[in-house]
Design a binder for this molecule. Sequence first.
Ligand code: DP6
Length: 420
Amino acid sequence: MASESQNWVVMVTAQTPTNIAVIKYWGKRDETLILPVNDSISVTLDPAHLCTTTTVAVSPTFHQDRMWLNGKEISLSGGRFQNCLREIRTRACDVEDEKRGIKIKKEDWSKLHVHIASYNNFPTAAGLASSAAGFACLAYALGKLMNVKEDESQLSAIARQGSGSACRSLFGGFVKWVMGKEDNGSDSLAVQLADEKHWDDLVIVIAVVSSRQKETSSTSGMRESVETSLLLQHRAKEIVPKRILQMEEAIKNRDFASFSRLACADSNQFHAVCLDTSPPIFYMNDTSHRIISIAEKWNRSEEAPQVAYTFDAGPNAVLIARDRKAATLLVQRLLYYFPPNSDDLDSYIIGDKSIAKDAGINGIKDVEALPPPPEIKDNIPSQKYKGDISYFICTRPGRGPVLLSDSSQALLNDETGLPK
Ligand code: DP6
């Protein structure tokens, strides 16, 4: 380690998206390495609306590895963090900053400590796959800091050891996590199927469902499913391999009818596996079920499906509309059934607000004036469910990780290496 003084701090800031699986990962064949029982496919969400920003710093003045999440210091002692840090350190290379006279040699990295600060631009408590973006960002940012030469797929295998779904956040667009065959996990990594421009008609609306219930974590939920559900075994062996091929085809051909059919069926089967677990796990609630009915009824009344739905380990709905027109019709339906609790529409529909504008919704009066959707015309006036949704996020498929070079976006102070 050569440098004029020993007070330097070198740092890197990166931004990484979250992703939503349309063919689900549920079940591990190796708990420590995080190796899945089946392949999965996801859509990366636009980081403008949902992302993690992480700054990683190294300095000879740091005495231990430390991490801050959303401003609060958290422990790095967990096995998953330790595995990611170790894997990255073993791949570190020489780093030189000639201007500042700093040289870090490959072998120095095992002695140097890092500081990590991470921030989610969406509420962590909303249950929106924050660990996926978080571990992906950690692996990506540390990889850049330590001049790791591996490509995104190799980095995805490191992010995977932090949280399985994180490996799919190393790419934008449409991503497959290949389960792999090796016992050491070296071939269990993510690959990009198509970038975000390939199918940019799609619009994504996330309904954050109000819930007081403490959910079973994905990690323990899937462990219980692996131990007790025969449906999980059947799904992994017989169903998912075929579905993966069909979903790859649907994405390649931008075939929304097949995409929607497969995504909805796979979400429903994942929740069926949860019900088949002993004791059963309930992630969806009445509001989730209502959203499924609204989408199914609407799709059936049209010549072709307009919307796909998918639910992870919680009650929030992720709705994927075939295009902008369908998205405006979807937002009208959602607001008709789930009007906001207050008049504050601005905080009820967040993200890409232009979708609501296109749907003619500029204020609470427009929500109140929405007619019932035509597909329920002949039925008894339908019930409304005010307050059952906390808010909606309008977004779209998005890009993969990027480095943020503007130092004003760094979360750590470049002199002290402590949170700003
Ligand atoms: C339902 O990746 O959170 O979202 O690997 O134990 O950290 P661990 O689990 P996690 O599980 C995600 C499960 C899911 C489906 C999916 O994202 O494919």
